[in-house]
Design a binder for this molecule. Structure first.
Ligand SMILES: CCCCCCCCCCCCCC(=O)SCCNC(=O)CCNC(=O)[C@H](O)C(C)(C)COP(=O)(O)OP(=O)(O)OC[C@H]1O[C@@H](n2cnc3c(N)ncnc32)[C@H](O)[C@@H]1OP(=O)(O)O
Length: 432
């Protein structure tokens, strides 16, 4: 895509990231400022993270350190049995997300306090159905869904979760907790509540004899295993421009922009259809075979595929290609639904975003498969289709008119060291 034709900036809601859009020609002050800030963050003191079994910045580039566990597990009987102390006004709770009342409280906390873009224009707005899905995979532990309440008022003011996952790192299969939805109410920020919450979730994970974790964040912490970039494909360019998500490119008019992003009404691939329950074994085979090539990837079995990839209305969409001749399942694509609240627009309150999830092409070219995914997303009234530059995504992003966003997403492992920082394309892993 010629840069002239692209909106000049896209906002990504991916954490407290900094900076403007970035492409090869971008030498703006913002881009330079971001580079300076990124290198400064490598020298910043991390009072908490420096005490944790994670890769430390001072060890970056030291290939003499072995790959694998940083700290050995201890016997479970030696794991602290009682919760960490919170400041006196607060108490721990275990959140039952199945309870409509609790789920609404969590939803409200996140809707008002969770991740915003750098300019505070958009805030993630995970739906209740999404939270229930994300927190209830096979083998989940209720004790890993942790809230903090004010003792007096019972108001929920903080939240953190883990869910179990089998992650393959090179040849090693590692049981991990995927930690997500860390949120502290805006009024309680900078009071060092986060380290206590992380220690508490770690304790509860250890009690299940699990000693590693995976997580992502928009902020730089010690030490990313890789840093990915968000890319955005406009589906409803007028709305995206109206709400300030993207800008009209130089020498572009609104009508030219709308024409540029127009998609066909129908998908192009013969045999392209929605995934169904009976497809679980074939999709599992396809996906397992595909994910083998990445350095870090989930080890999905049929139960996982049924949970994570079987379509769920307004949560996750999955499509596949069934060969009209052989009925073999040859290709697969999926995306999840994560709207953002639009803060301070008169005309619109919600940005409907689809996020690329797992995609596998063996017969249909990936570009064609993803173009079909875009067509479906447009039909379902999404405003934008987002993708990270993980797996083989780089091979379709530019051709399908995705533009780079201002959001970076850093991936981390807890208590597992990699010798080298990975390229995003070596990562076969998407966290919600
Ligand atoms: C074996 C099992 C292990 C399980 C655990 C694995 C680890 C899991 C790790 C968690 C994975 C979460 C994955 C997601 O959900 S990423 C999404 C994070 N959530 C948001 O961005 C929502 C909006 N922001 C907030 O709610 C707050 O700003 C948060 C809660 C983020 C920080 O609140 P606050 O601003 O009031 O700070 P503080 O005074 O309490 O604490 C300051 C300390 O916290 C460190 N900090 C700040 N942000 C993050 C962050 N995103 N991950 C890890 N650490 C973070 C910070 O560097 C400092 O430590 P140090 O720099 O001094 O050392």
């Amino acid at each position: 895509m010629a840069d002239d034709n692209a909106p000049s900036e896209n906002h990504s809601t991916s954490g407290d990231n900094n900076g403007a859009s970035e492409n090869e020609n971008d030498v703006s002050i913002d881009a330079l400022a971001r580079k300076v800030q990124e290198s400064l963050s490598l020298t910043k003191k991390h009072k908490f993270w420096e005490t944790q079994p994670v890769g430390q910045f001072k060890d970056l580039g030291d290939t003499s350190l072995p790959e694998g566990l940083i700290e050995q597990p201890t016997p479970i009987s030696e794991v602290k049995q009682e919760p960490y102390n919170l400041p006196t006004p607060y108490e721990w709770i275990t959140c039952d997300i199945d309870s409509e009342e609790v789920c609404t409280e969590v939803y409200n906390l996140l809707t008002n306090n969770y991740v915003e873009d750098d300019e505070n224009m958009f805030r993630f707005n995970y739906s209740k159905e999404f939270l229930q899905w994300a927190l209830h995979p096979p083998g989940y532990y209720k004790s890993w869904h942790i809230g903090v309440r004010v003792k007096n008022s019972k108001k929920l003011v903080a939240f953190i979760t883990g869910v179990p996952a089998r992650i393959r790192v090179r040849d090693a299969l590692v049981l991990m907790a995927e930690v997500n939805f860390l949120c502290v109410h805006k009024k309680l920020r900078s009071k060092r509540l986060t380290p206590v919450m992380i220690k508490e979730v770690t304790r509860r994970v250890h009690l299940e004899n699990i000693w590693q974790a995976a997580y992502t964040a928009g902020v730089v912490l010690p030490t990313p295993i890789t840093t990915c970039q968000y890319w955005h494909r406009s589906l409803n360019p007028k709305k995206l421009i109206d709400v300030g998500f993207s800008r009209l490119g130089p020498r572009m008019t609104m009508s030219r922009t709308i024409k540029l992003y127009k998609l066909p009404d129908q998908t192009a691939t013969p045999g392209f259809r929605k995934m169904e329950l009976h497809d679980v074994p074939a999709v599992t085979r396809l996906l397992r075979n595909y994910l083998k090539q990445f350095v870090v990837a989930p080890d999905f079995d049929e139960e996982d595929v049924e949970h994570w990839l079987l379509p769920k209305e307004d949560v996750v969409d999955s499509f596949l290609v069934e060969s009209p001749k052989t009925h073999e399942i040859t290709d697969f694509c999926s995306f999840y639904t994560l709207p953002s609240s639009i803060l301070g627009s008169q005309s619109h309150s919600t940005l409907k975003a689809a996020y690329s999830y797992y995609n596998v092409s063996t017969k249909t070219p990936l570009v064609q498969l993803m173009n079909d995914a875009l067509i479906i997303a447009k039909k379902k009234d999404f405003d934008v289709f987002n993708a990270l530059d993980v797996m083989h995504n780089e091979t379709f992003l530019k051709e399908l008119k995705f533009g780079p966003g201002d959001g970076k997403l850093h991936y981390y492992l807890y208590n597992y060291r990699l010798k080298h920082v990975l390229r995003p394309s070596e990562l076969g892993f998407v966290l919600l």
